[in-house]
Design a protein around this ligand. Sequence first.
Ligand SMILES: [Zn+2]
Length: 162
Amino acid sequence: MLTYFNLRDDSGKLHPYINSRAAPDFLAALLEINQAIPGIAFSRAYSARAEQEVLYAGRFRNSNPVAVPGTSRHESGFAVDVSGIVVRTANGGYARDRNGNFIPTKLGNILIPIFAKHGFEWGARFKDPPHFDADPTRYGYKNRAEAIAAASSYYANCIEGK
Ligand SMILES: [Zn+2]
């Protein structure tokens, strides 16, 4: 199942769904974030396979890594992206400190620990600064593939209706 969240969308094409098994943890994180900094917006949450294919086709123009369609954490409903988590360079890349690490903004310094506390790890671990995701195996799925299959079946049958 996917649970709908009434989220502010700064992409114009947000599908604001979270896998229902992680929805209580996501809600707890969201409420805590909104206490700390009101009005957080999301650029991505759930992605259907067709959307992932469009993103993948444009992957060389994307400053963030794009998963092969059928394997994205967004297709499982366990991931969200938020813009403005790290400092950017003048040419639009990501700034790094002297150790090569991303430099969180004020927003990043608020979100990263709150999401982590509720089970959503920061995507910097695979060079994807806007990204946060929870591990489907902590919510009873055997692996990510099983979570993707469950989410896409629910999306096709109950949301998209085809
Ligand atoms: Zn992402």
